[in-house]
Design a protein around this ligand. Structure first.
Ligand SMILES: CC(=O)N[C@H]1[C@@H](OP(=O)(O)OP(=O)(O)OC[C@H]2O[C@@H](n3ccc(=O)[nH]c3=O)[C@H](O)[C@@H]2O)O[C@H](CO)[C@@H](O)[C@@H]1O[C@H](C)C(=O)N[C@@H](C)C(=O)N[C@H](CCC(=O)O)C(=O)O
Ligand SMILES: Nc1ncnc2c1ncn2[C@@H]1O[C@H](COP(=O)(O)OP(=O)(O)OP(=O)(O)O)[C@@H](O)[C@H]1O
Ligand SMILES: N[C@H](CCC[C@H](N)C(=O)O)C(=O)O
Ligand SMILES: [Mg+2]
Length: 559
């Protein structure tokens, strides 16, 4: 474990969730060695899907065998015994422990095959890969499969005893709003009798404990491991974010969703997908059954043009529930009043209406609320009762989070990191800000380069003044990121470029007067900043508070 951390993330510990390493975040003994949960709470766990039973293994106290979890039709060829006892499943050589089955996954940066020797030296007893070598060391089992990622998802699902059968899963996909909608769904649906787990960008709520996230949609092995923990903690449902990377990389393959939500589609991640149409098609796969099963219910935002297209692509077996502000939507909002602290609206559904005051501000949050309400309604819950819980919703960390430190102007921290999100966030603040609107923003390194000038253009369209700075540069030079961003500048006099994010925030705060509003965009809940070789603790909200306090001291108490 120490080797792994020092190899990749020398300075990271608890404050660096968004990396390859779930291991410091989820109890290593249970999660990393991927041991099976010990207390079956669901009879479905007895059958592992291959026809053999896990119970028998427990009774004979023998270790589980690889053949318990691999189906014959998944195996193209093999050498060594398929009945080898195993201690767990692993897809990263650095996490292999004696008895592990190592899945060598072909990647974009490297190929898992390169790490097979390391896996063996750490004690792997079986290798699952796309090719068989000529010679296989004695006592080692080697299995050739067509697609190791697909087989990993299937095997993980069986290994953890099909936890999805014990949980009703609600998956949310779309460019923006996934985190907000999943948090709302959890809040509206969670009761002491019907606990709801959560998987997404900010944290994983596993029922018995909550851990910070390392990925929006984790790898299938982690997904099924976490679902098993939720099941064992007595959760009845899970609300989870389903990213396009997650869909494309089979991270939720085989998971039968009760509900799938589509929030919207705008430009992002085009470093990964071949254009917006390809990005849409990947998202659409979540609804069409190409991941093994289609959700039973599709909750789709028909204010969004891609949402409308999606409605025509659903298999006949899927029940469609639409939401939006358009008059044809089944779940819709009327008489929307946007305020700086709350939003008021009339929520309309086929059997009723309800006047709602939501603590979430901004028009796009009306859409997020409708999505969550549509989930509640479509699963047969009493919508009025669910909506009554909205009053106690505390908002989502780092999403339009107001920072109040005694200053005479407003400061909000938000996770807007696309041009659409910036346009929505700034457009909304523009409408309710009496003074000037300032923004601190940057663009992440090693992510979609083409969104950078669009983000600058969005900022210049709405903000009076912008401070362009570093987001998470990762392994990219800030000069290159700035160069890409500069292509969107329309008025150079209204933007200033400052490498250091803390300094940029400080200068922006200095520029604010009573009645002004500062949006610190892009990092939201993140508590770290990622550079090429280091990850440092950095939290926009804490930074704002600290700087305001320091400035107040310097100026004799006035912030
Ligand atoms: C672009 C992307 O999604 N990349 C993912 C992909 O990486 P890759 O194909 O490049 O894999 P690789 O690094 O070449 O490694 C290949 C294999 O070798 C293994 N390996 C690698 C090194 C080693 O020493 N030993 C070893 O065994 C790896 O575990 C992997 O199985 O497969 C890796 C392992 O499965 C993922 O960790 C990696 O996520 C990277 C780190 C990432 O940043 N992903 C982001 C973009 C992502 O997935 N984001 C979405 C959210 C987007 C949103 O919120 O909108 C998410 O769901 O979090
Ligand atoms: N429904 C929406 N439509 C457009 N923009 C939105 C919507 N909801 C949130 N946003 C904007 O997008 C930002 C990210 O919101 P949220 O975290 O809910 O989305 P996400 O889809 O989970 O993002 P990510 O893919 O990065 O995890 C917010 O801070 C806000 O600026
Ligand atoms: N889910 C997004 C988050 C971006 C957040 C922003 N702070 C950045 O680092 O670019 C991604 O991984 O692309
Ligand atoms: Mg998210």
């Amino acid at each position: 474990m120490i080797g792994y951390l020092s190899q990749n993330f020398p300075l990271i510990h608890a404050f660096a969730p968004r990396t390859d390493s779930p291991l410091r975040l989820v109890a290593p003994s249970r999660h990393h060695t991927q041991t099976r949960p010990s207390k079956p709470s669901d009879p479905n766990r007895i059958k592992n899907g291959v026809g053999k039973t896990l119970v028998r293994n427990r009774m004979t106290k023998s270790a589980p065998k690889l053949s318990d979890f691999l189906k014959p039709d998944e195996i193209q060829a093999h050498k060594g015994s398929l009945d080898c006892p195993i201690s767990g499943l692993v897809m990263d050589s650095r996490r292999v422990v004696p008895g592990s089955v190592f899945f060598a996954l072909p990647g974009r940066r490297s190929d898992g095959v390169q790490f097979i020797d390391e896996a063996i030296s750490r004690g792997a007893v079986a290798i699952v890969a796309q090719k068989l070598p000529g010679l296989v060391p004695s006592k080692l089992t080697y299995v050739q499969v067509a697609d190791p990622r697909v087989v990993l998802a299937r095997v993980a699902q069986r290994y953890y005893g099909h936890p999805d059968r014990a949980l009703s899963a609600i998956g949310v996909t779309g460019t923006n709003g996934k985190t907000t909608v999943t948090h709302l769904v959890k809040h509206l649906l969670d009761t002491p009798k019907q606990r709801v787990g959560l998987i997404g960008t900010i944290h994983y709520d596993l029922g018995a404990r909550t851990v910070p996230s390392f990925r929006t949609t984790p790898e299938s092995l982690d997904v099924y491991g976490m679902l098993a923990q939720m099941r064992d903690a007595g959760c009845a449902q899970v609300a989870m974010e389903v990213s396009s990377h997650g869909i494309d990389q089979h991270r939720v393959l085989g998971l039968g969703f009760e509900v799938g939500v589509f929030s919207n589609l705008t430009r992002d991640h085009l470093d990964y997908h071949d254009g917006l149409e390809d990005y849409f098609k990947v998202k659409a796969r979540f609804f069409t059954g190409e991941l093994g099963t289609a959700p039973k219910i599709a909750v789709i935002n028909t204010d969004d043009a891609y949402g409308q297209r999606l409605t025509a692509m659903l298999p006949e077996t899927v029940r469609l529930v639409t939401y939006g502000e358009n008059p044809d939507a089944m779940i819709r909002a009327e008489a929307v009043e946007l305020g700086f602290k709350t939003t008021r609206l009339r929520l309309v559904w086929p059997e009723g209406t309800c006047e709602v005051t939501s603590p979430l501000i901004g028009r796009y949050n009306v859409s997020n609320l409708l999505a969550a309400a549509a989930v509640a309604w479509s699963t047969g819950l009493d919508l009025r009762k669910c909506l009554a819980r909205l009053a106690s919703f505390k908002g989502v960390p780092g999403r339009m989070e107001q920072v109040e430190a005694g200053q005479a102007y407003s400061v909000l921290v938000d996770y807007a990191h696309t041009d659409d999100a910036l346009r929505n966030a700034l457009g909304m603040l523009r409408a309710i800000t009496p003074g000037r609107l300032m923004v601190v923003f940057g663009c992440g390194g090693q992510r979609d380069r083409a969104k950078r000038p669009l983000m600058t253009a969005a900022v210049q369209e709405f903000a009076d003044f912008a401070f362009a700075t570093a987001d998470n540069p990762r392994g990219e030079a800030l000069t290159q990121i700035f160069k890409d961003m500069e292509a969107g500048v329309s008025d150079a006099a209204r933007i200033t470029w400052i490498d250091d994010r803390r300094r940029a925030i400080s200068l922006a705060l200095d520029a604010c007067k009573a009645g002004d509003c500062l949006l610190v965009a892009g990092k939201g809940h993140e508590s770290y900043q990622e550079f090429a070789d280091t990850v440092i603790p950095f939290d926009d909200r804490k930074t704002v508070r600290e700087l305001i306090a320091i400035k107040a001291l310097k100026h004799g108490g006035a912030a």
